[in-house]
Design a protein around this ligand. Structure first.
Ligand code: ZN
Length: 450
């Protein structure tokens, strides 16, 4: 029997490079559509008071590893695309398996470093005379449900630093504009606001809520982490009467999570407390949630937005772990699930398979049973977090890491539980399979909550 530390320390040193969980390039007649490695993004947001609209200009520096038409995505049609200084066009196309839609720049590039500028209108922000109300709402049960809803973005596998710069026309906005985000906010001048996001973020990590001061009740506290940091905890809500109980529960959950899985590593805790719809949604160190799902969503800051899925086929991992962990660490001495196909969808699949909540959680119970001699799944996950925090994982890397940690061969168990025909996954029949996931679409959530 191996000890956790002895097994893990030597084999975790390799870092996960670009290409981890990245879907394959594909032919589109006149050439290949290629996935690229975005290395930096700078968004300039222009506030047009006359039209009451926001417009973006995103400057994307990227590396192409092969010849082809670069793939990106943004929900609303861009108005302009410029590749290496030359105006071009873009097209919305389907992937070869008809799983999702994505955009390609209609300018083929050679391997190497390039710069693409994309311009367009921001979706869904509400502008008033005293400021902007804009909440980014995302959903992992919806195709194209992450940052691409608002700004040009890559698929979830890619991690890159991103900076937003807002240009306000009216000075008065600075006085009234409240910004809640998991990025770092700096006023560069009276009318220029910068938000810098961590470089480990993927398209599903970002939290941004801009609103006019006074619209929400805010309750601020501090959490002392196990490693001695003081992390700000913000609970805010349009319902003043509920912030207190969210704050109390948040501190109980955070303490429990640190005991089970190690230090809270995010720089903040943001909780948008709401009781209008059931469920919540997770972001990196942030959540929009009802009371029942608060603990579930905070667990996701470890699994989903701490250790991050590289694609839809790895989305089951965090939902399975979180569902299991939220209900106490119980074990099952048989595997209990066969051929769910949770991890064998098309490589272009961008959602989480809903079977993760049931079959996935059941599989974690079995892994907990297998790992009992070493401290159970809690112990394995603590080890995993030491080496994979703020990295993306795939089903294959997750299995391989657990094998390293435990010394147990797990391939046959994984093949039995999570592979198989994805058709049996029943994606469409149960739209909201779990009370912890927000029971409205991201568009509806944006309207309701921003
Ligand atoms: Zn969840």
């Amino acid at each position: 029997m191996k000890s956790w530390l002895g097994a893990a320390a030597c084999l975790f040193v390799q870092s996960i490079a670009f290409g981890h969980g990245q879907p394959p390039s594909f032919s589109m007649g006149s050439g290949n559509a290629i996935f690229v490695d975005i290395v930096n993004v700078q968004d300039e947001i222009q506030v047009d008071h006359k039209q009451s609209k926001l417009f973006y200009q995103s400057t994307i520096d990227f590396e192409a590893l092969e010849h082809g038409f670069p793939i990106f995505d943004v929900e609303k049609d861009p108005t302009e695309v410029i590749m290496d200084g030359v105006p071009t066009t873009q097209a919305l196309i389907k992937d070869p398996t008809d799983e999702t839609k994505l955009r390609i720049a209609m300018q083929s590039v050679a391997p190497g470093r390039h710069q693409m500028i994309i311009k367009g209108e921001i979706k869904g922000a509400a502008m008033g005379s005293s400021g902007i109300n804009w909440l980014w709402t995302m959903n992992d049960l919806t195709d194209r449900g992450f940052l691409e809803r608002y700004l040009p973005a890559n698929f979830e596998f890619d991690q890159a630093p991103r900076t937003l710069v807002f240009k306000f026309v009216r000075d008065s906005h600075k006085l009234n504009q409240r910004i809640v985000t998991n990025g770092t906010v700096t006023w560069l001048s009276q009318d220029t606001l910068q938000i810098r996001f961590p470089e480990y973020f993927t398209s599903s990590s970002f939290y941004l809520h801009m609103y006019v001061e006074g619209r929400f009740t805010e309750l601020k506290s501090q959490f002392k982490t196990k490693d001695g940091r003081t992390v700000p905890v913000l609970v805010y809500s349009s319902a003043a009467g509920i912030v207190g109980k969210f704050e109390t529960q948040a501190h109980v959950s955070l303490q429990d999570l640190e005991r089970r899985f190690g230090t809270w590593k995010h720089d903040q805790v943001i909780i948008y407390a709401q009781e209008d719809v059931s469920g919540g949604m997770e972001y990196a160190g942030a959540t929009v949630t009802d009371f029942n799902s608060l603990n579930h969503e905070l667990i996701h800051s470890y699994f989903a937005r701490g250790i991050m899925p590289a694609n839809g086929n790895s989305g089951w991992i965090d939902e399975a772990i979180t569902t299991w962990a939220d209900h106490g660490s119980n074990s099952a001495d048989s595997i209990g699930v066969v051929g769910t196909g949770m991890a064998s969808h098309s490589p272009y699949f961008r959602q989480t398979d809903r079977k993760a909540y049931t079959s996935g959680a059941r599989f974690i119970r079995y892994l907990d049973h297998l790992f009992k001699p070493f401290g159970g799944m809690d112990g394995a996950l603590r080890e995993l977090l030491k080496f994979r925090l703020f990295n993306t994982i795939t089903t294959e890397s997750f299995r391989s890491d657990l094998e390293t940690i435990s010394g147990l061969p797990l391939k046959s168990h994984f093949d039995q539980a999570v592979m198989g025909s994805p058709k049996s996954s029943n994606l469409s029949k149960t739209r909201y399979p779990n009370p912890h996931h927000m029971s409205v679409t991201p568009d509806r959530a944006q309207k309701l909550f921003q």
